[in-house]
Design a binder for this molecule. Structure first.
Ligand SMILES: *Cc1c(COP(=O)(O)O)cnc(C)c1O
Length: 371
């Protein structure tokens, strides 16, 4: 089976983890801070706070932003459900705006129409590793005094007008799940330039408990807010730091694979991602779409490719169409562009170590089935 994505673990990655296994601390040791510093430096921001998952990162970011009951968060339905779920978890109302069908990213014009007095934050997602329209969202956020929280789970290593993703929003969240740009098994992080956000994020990941203040006795601790155990372990942080050294290579390999897909798919009646993303996207996905009329064939092609050992995927089931969201009153027709996009989309396998031979087999099979 060719998976749709797969981690790449080197001997150096393994040694980094083994070193921690033999050390004094498996968690809450020195590795977390080192990983956070490397991550912050890589992205060009002041603070990085590592947490247990990309989902925990979103939860923490929403809490640090002070989002709660009575607040609205505007986000995209074309995402993994965690982006919206964590907004519900803090008691906010989720408002879905529609996408730009060219890129699959949240459409700033649609977002503008959804802003109300209750809107507290905009949470765009960098779909497939391609940065959202961050300039437009920054402007909107400034004008309406909203907090910009970017779910960049798929986009570590991407660039936006020369700047690294992670440095452009009030808070940016990442995931280190094995299918993402780098992995720590499970893991995530929040990046920010704001000291107050970073302080709250750190509190939130350890039960809201503060300790170790200067002139405090060692036993003293104060719980300041309702937090969780959202810590990353030192084992994971060591793996993350080792992986981070290889991140640029991973992105270059993903880009080369994407370039091959563009070459092999030239002239094929499919809607491809915009080619101008080649140099800027983190290439988490290579999403192709079947044109109007042929979209019905998607499910057949999907099933047949899976049968032949090709791990195609669909990204994503629009969040508002999940039974749980429907039970809250969200309906088909609320975001027609996202719905059409999702029903005609097929993600081709893409990961750093995919071979040209595997890609040729994938395309040959796809072309056969399209006929
Ligand atoms: C993967 C992903 C998440 C969740 O990250 P986890 O580490 O699996 O919790 C959230 N949002 C998006 C857009 C993702 O792709």
């Amino acid at each position: 089976m060719i998976p749709y994505s797969r981690q790449s673990i080197s001997g150096a990655d393994q040694s980094a983890v083994i070193r921690v296994l033999k050390s004094d601390y498996l968690t809450q040791g020195p590795e977390i801070e080192k990983f956070e510093r490397s991550l912050a430096r890589y992205c060009g921001v002041k603070y990085a706070v590592a947490v247990a998952s990309g989902t925990a990162a979103l939860h923490a970011a929403y809490v640090a932003a002070g989002i709660g009951k009575g607040d609205e968060i505007i986000t995209t339905p074309l995402t993994f459900s965690a982006t919206a779920n964590m907004a519900l978890a803090v008691g906010a109302k989720v408002v879905f705006a529609d996408i730009d069908e060219k890129t699959g990213n949240l459409d700033p014009i649609s977002v503008t129409r959804k802003i109300t007095k209750r809107t507290k934050a905009i949470a765009p997602v960098d779909y497939g590793g391609n940065p959202a329209s961050l300039t437009a969202f920054r402007k909107l956020a400034k004008k309406h005094r909203l907090i910009l929280i970017e779910d960049a789970a798929q986009a570590l290593g991407a660039r936006y007008y020369g700047r690294r993703i992670g440095s452009l929003s009030d808070m940016t969240t990442f995931s280190f799940h094995p299918v993402k740009s780098i992995t720590t098994g499970e893991g995530g992080a929040i990046l920010t330039n704001r000291r107050d956000y970073a302080d709250t994020l750190r509190l939130f990941r350890t039960h809201g408990i503060q300790k170790g203040k200067r002139d405090w006795p060692a036993w003293r601790q104060e719980m300041l807010l309702l937090g969780f155990n959202y810590r990353l372990t030192d084992l994971q942080a060591a793996l993350g730091r080792s992986q981070l050294r290889r991140l640029d290579t991973f992105i270059a390999k993903r880009r080369a694979a994407a370039e091959r897909y563009f070459k092999f798919l030239k002239g094929v009646p499919l809607i491809l991602p915009p080619r101008e993303l080649l140099k800027t996207s983190a290439w988490h996905l290579f999403p192709v779409r079947l044109p109007k009329g042929a979209a019905k064939k998607r499910d057949k092609i999907f099933a047949e490719m899976r049968k032949r050992g090709i791990g195609v995927q669909v990204h994503h089931v629009p969040v508002h169409l999940h039974p749980f969201y429907r039970s809250l009153g969200y309906k088909r027709g609320m975001c027609p562009k996202a719905e059409t996009f999702a029903s005609s989309e097929l993600s081709l396998p893409l990961f750093p170590d995919i071979t040209e031979r595997q890609q040729r087999f994938i395309i040959r099979t796809l072309l056969q089935l399209l006929r």
